[in-house]
Design a protein around this ligand. Structure first.
Ligand code: 6R9
Length: 652
């Protein structure tokens, strides 16, 4: 971004007060902000007491060697004990932990008592394979209960796990195994994707032929699809059902230091090799447990929580596994895609299990908007009481659609900003406290210090834009990049002295509420103005014919960059309609001002997304500037780019 700060174009006037009943019985009230403000460390020390410690910590934060933080350093605890055993000890063994719904329609119900037995057996099995505290275990599994069991088993014996999303290639898996120096890989024969078995094991076999993966001595294989002809290496490969099933059902968890590594999770970013984000034990569990309790207002005895993310992403780590289970929640785990076998599958699941809290991503909401309002309308969604969003800025129109068509115009929507690096939610409304604004993540949670600064690291006044920074350490912060402290310093702590730079652009509105404006690498410079891709996209999505939009700045001789928009139309709208492009341009001009009018608008059928559902603007910029495409390996579906290029008019 240049010296001129990000323009603040979008004005959103709609407001939604918390439902009175929810506010009256909310887990967290406005008082929490006061308490945390008066004594931030005391506040976090109190939240740490949500957990069961073998040795209670007396220290809260050690920031003597910034930015290398230690939280609760003299405390000791076991994460799996906190997520499983203590609930059983508290008489909740019969409570359902997981309602598993496989894509083909098979189901499993797993209570906390069963989960305890499964995790115990898996912990013994890993020990039998020679895994010791500190050894890294790579997990490459579909969204099946064994993924949760495997993570908790690793945590139980102090072996940091490294999940690799099941859609990643053998190469991506090999790089991650190598970087973490994993000793064991846990995988499955395959998983189900869009009605068909899709193999996983061959990618593991291939990855383990690559240099740097020699230290993997065992591959533990879950039988999920039962597909024929998967390769088998004697002496290395072991079936889960053979090894795990014969283990004892009781296992004594051992406590680990609060700063013992819990997991490594790789973020790809746009350049360079993937960064292994390291999270540790006590601070991480404290923050994910507290934020899950506060942001979703979880009442474990009556709620059914469903986070639709894959366990391979941080959202799955923190809000499928560690947050909900540490709180004794009952949750849904769904293996498949939202449109298999039909576009109402998610809503059918909400109805079937009586889901009360749903946490998903804007990309899924926009897809549902595109498929049409009539699809969710066929299902009974009246159980829902809180809706959450994460992963990208949510366009105000998608927010309002979500509240109305999924939440029956009744449920609060919490837009939660955070990152793999932050470990847990950082900025979000609280459903019983905050009057919400569609499209804004609004306020840092109690105990979190975030603000927006300009190029010179000065806090911007209300009504201005700039860079989002975190100004105080937080319990679930990343501790470093695995094996590369220097890269940790350079990437996050060098742009603004003493502040964590998140890489996102943001603005403060006139009330001081925070709006996320997309990655700063995506900010456009048009005739001397910095314009956020998010705001132009939101303006486009606020047109009734547009379901989704991706905007990029393409080099332009007159204006430095010209705004180029790719739009997906809503069901029923016609891409060939005369005057459509002009109508959309005029609409953006009216919403944001003439400077933000896209120079080009191209209706497309699909947009390039990362496997976690984020729009990959970098590739669209390549298209808009008629360049050969950059790295497409993290795309969900690389044929999308061929499709977009084939729809492009010849170079203009
Ligand atoms: C949890 C997760 C982090 C990046 C982050 C930002 C974007 C996430 C957002 C959001 C606007 C939100 N992001 N939540 N932007 N509003 N509510 O997604 O982690 O995969 O590491 O991505 O996602 O750009 O910096 P991760």
């Amino acid at each position: 971004m240049s010296n001129e700060s990000l323009a603040n174009l979008l004005k959103e006037e709609r407001r939604f007060a918390p439902p009175a009943a929810l506010a009256a019985s909310a887990n967290v009230t406005a008082e929490a902000y006061e308490q945390a403000k008066a004594d931030r460390l005391g506040f976090w020390a109190a939240q740490a007491r949500r957990l069961s410690w073998e040795t209670e910590p007396t220290e809260v934060l050690d920031w003597s060697n910034p930015p290398f933080a230690k939280w609760f350093a003299d405390g000791r605890l076991n994460v799996a004990y906190n997520c499983v055993d203590r609930h059983v000890e508290n008489g909740l063994g019969d409570r359902v932990a997981l309602h598993f719904e496989g894509e083909p329609g098979d189901t499993r119900t797993i209570t906390y008592a069963e989960l305890q037995r499964e995790v115990s057996k898996a912990a013994h099995a890993l020990t039998e394979l020679g895994v010791q505290a500190g050894d890294r275990v790579a997990i490459y599994l579909p969204m099946i209960p064994e993924a949760v069991v495997a993570m908790l088993a690793c945590a139980r014996i102090g072996a940091p796990h490294s999940l690799v999303f099941g859609g990643f290639s053998a190469d991506a898996l090999a790089t991650r195994i190598n970087d973490a120096d994993a000793r064991v890989v846990i995988t499955a024969d395959g998983g189900y994707r869009r009605g068909k078995p899709s193999a996983l094991k061959p990618a593991v076999d291939e990855a383990l032929t690559r240099p740097g993966t020699e230290n993997v001595r065992s591959v533990l294989v879950v039988r999920r699809t039962g597909q024929e002809g998967i390769g088998w290496t004697e002496g290395r490969d072991v079936w889960w059902h053979e090894l795990v099933e014969r283990q004892p059902e009781e296992h004594t968890p051992q406590a680990f230091d609060a700063e013992h590594p819990l997991f490594i999770l790789y973020t790809s970013g746009t350049t360079g090799k993937p960064k292994g984000i390291l999270h540790t034990t006590g601070g991480y569990l404290t923050q994910v447990s507290y934020t899950h309790h506060a942001v979703f207002d979880l009442k474990p005895e009556s709620d059914v929580f469903w986070c639709t993310a894959d366990v391979g992403w941080v959202t799955g780590h923190s809000y499928i596994v560690y947050g909900p289970l540490s709180n004794g929640a009952t949750e849904v785990l769904y293996e498949g895609t939202p449109d298999s076998p039909h576009q109402g599958r998610w809503w059918e699941i909400v109805q079937k299990y009586g889901v009360t809290i749903l946490y998903t991503a804007p990309t899924a909401i926009r897809a549902a908007m595109k498929w049409g309002d009539d699809i969710p309308a066929k299902f009974d969604l009246s159980s829902l009481r809180v809706l959450g969003s994460v992963g990208e800025p949510i366009n105000p129109e998608a927010w309002v659609w979500y509240r109305k068509h999924i939440g029956g115009d009744r449920t609060p929507v919490v837009d939660t900003w955070w990152q793999t690096e932050t470990g847990g939610i950082m900025i979000s409304p609280l459903p019983g406290v905050t009057e919400t604004k569609p499209g804004s993540a609004q306020v840092p949670l109690p105990g979190i210090a975030a603000t927006v600064v300009d190029d010179e690291a000065r806090e911007v006044p209300d009504g201005s834009g700039g860079y989002l920074v975190l100004t105080e350490p937080w319990p679930s912060m990343l501790r470093t990049i695995w094996g590369d402290d220097q890269r940790y310093l350079d990437t996050y702590w060098s742009r603004f002295e003493g502040k964590y730079f998140a890489g996102d652009g943001a603005k403060k509105d006139d009330d001081g509420d925070i709006w996320l404006l997309g990655r700063v690498d995506d900010v456009m410079l048009v005739s001397g103005h910095n314009i956020s891709t998010t705001e132009v996209e939101s303006a486009l999505v606020s047109h009734p014919k547009v379901a989704e939009a991706a905007v990029v700045g393409a080099t332009d001789p007159q204006t430095t960059q010209a705004i180029c928009a790719f739009v997906i139309l809503r069901g029923g709208a016609d891409a060939e309609e005369e005057g459509l492009v002009e109508e959309l341009r005029a609409h953006v001009g009216k919403q944001l001002g003439p400077i933000a009018k896209p120079k080009r608008i191209l209706p497309v059928a699909e947009l390039p997304k990362t496997r976690s559902g984020k729009i990959m603007r970098r590739l669209l910029r390549d298209v808009a500037e008629h360049r050969t495409l950059g790295d497409v390996t993290t795309l969900t579906d690389s044929s999308v780019m061929d499709l977009i290029q084939s729809q492009l008019p010849a170079a203009s």
